[in-house]
Design a protein around this ligand. Structure first.
Ligand code: ZN
Length: 317
């Protein structure tokens, strides 16, 4: 057993100064020594369900299916859920929650709390299906964006977060502190990561696409620099045995998060150099500038799209 196997996040965070995001600066790369994290348990597939339940710890589960990954805390206080995919998956999510609640001997499978990591529809689409029975919590900008009458789909009142915060908030639930930490504008301007302080698990929201090029929603305030900065901040707030629930992709280890950060830094460096040499985004694409990172391509975010996003940020400077 590694000596740090049972370090909680509290121990990781105790060495950090109080979070002051405005003043948070880029930090040097961390050393590459990474201990092996526990390998994830196989997903449990409910027959005919569009949702697979994967055990992360004795009290935390990751629910996988179309849309963003869900995190669920299960214990004596009930259920707390992070994100809710799409409205049409709510019946399947509720079925998965009912199975977890039954195993835990709980009377109710309605989450007492529902956290939105950001406003995107593949993470908040089910809000209205859960909002009548759950207290929805999110960063202030998430509520603003969901309630915006000019939004593509305005959320009905029942699906709006009723508890909002600017910088951070803790829920003391199921025997531990569940810390919601708002970070600098990265994926959007309303990103929250959720730290399970004793279980040593983090839900990253869309600040982690595990081995996939990330979507950086610049139209919703996201920035490439902020995205990298936020990953650095999460790495500083966690340790070698932390398990990371990504917004998209399989359960991640610290090595996966470091790999994501290094990929993004590598992409920024290549685009920055090409931009300084006078190349246009079209020339960068034609020259296959991001060929070293081809394996991060997926249907929604390709290397070409990454070039547009990163070059767009340099063009604004
Ligand atoms: Zn998103």
């Amino acid at each position: 057993m590694e000596p740090h196997m049972h370090r909680s996040l509290r121990q990781s965070l105790s060495s950090l100064a109080p979070v002051c995001l405005a003043a948070f600066a880029f930090t040097a790369c961390q050393s590459g020594s990474v201990a092996a994290a526990p390998s994830p348990a196989p997903a449990v597939v409910q027959k005919d369900s569009k949702i697979q339940t994967q055990k992360v710890t004795d009290s935390i589960y990751m629910l996988v299916g179309r849309g963003g990954n869900l995190g669920v805390s299960v214990g004596e206080d009930g259920l707390l859920m992070i994100d809710d995919k799409f409205a049409n998956l709510a019946p399947d999510i509720k079925e998965a929650l009912a199975a977890l609640a039954k195993d835990a001997g709980l009377d109710s499978a309605d989450p007492r709390f529902l956290v939105n990591t950001h406003h995107h529809g593949d993470h908040t689409g089910g809000n209205a299906e859960f909002g009548a029975d759950s207290t929805i919590i999110a960063q202030s900008n998430v509520r603003k964006r969901l309630a915006d009458p000019a939004a593509r789909r305005t959320m009905p009142k029942v699906g709006l977060p009723i508890v909002t915060f600017d910088h951070g908030l803790s829920v003391h639930f199921n025997g531990e502190e569940i810390r919601l930490m708002h970070l600098a504008a990265g994926h959007t301007d309303g990103d929250t990561v959720v730290l399970f302080m004793d279980s040593n698990v983090v839900h990253m929201g869309d600040l982690c696409f595990n081995h996939l090029f990330p979507y950086i929603d610049t139209a919703s305030g996201g920035t490439v620099a902020g995205y990298i900065q936020n990953i650095e901040h999460v790495l500083e707030s966690t340790n070698e045995t932390t398990q990371y629930i990504p917004g998209h992709g399989p359960l991640a280890t610290r090595a996966n998060i470091i790999e994501l950060r290094d990929m993004l830094k590598g992409v920024v460096k290549l685009v920055q150099e090409a931009h300084a040499a006078g190349q246009t985004p079209a020339e960068m694409k034609a020259g296959k500038l991001l060929a070293p990172y081809e394996s991060w391509n997926w249907n929604f975010i390709t290397a070409d799209k990454m070039i547009d996003t990163v070059a767009g940020e340099f063009a604004k400077r």
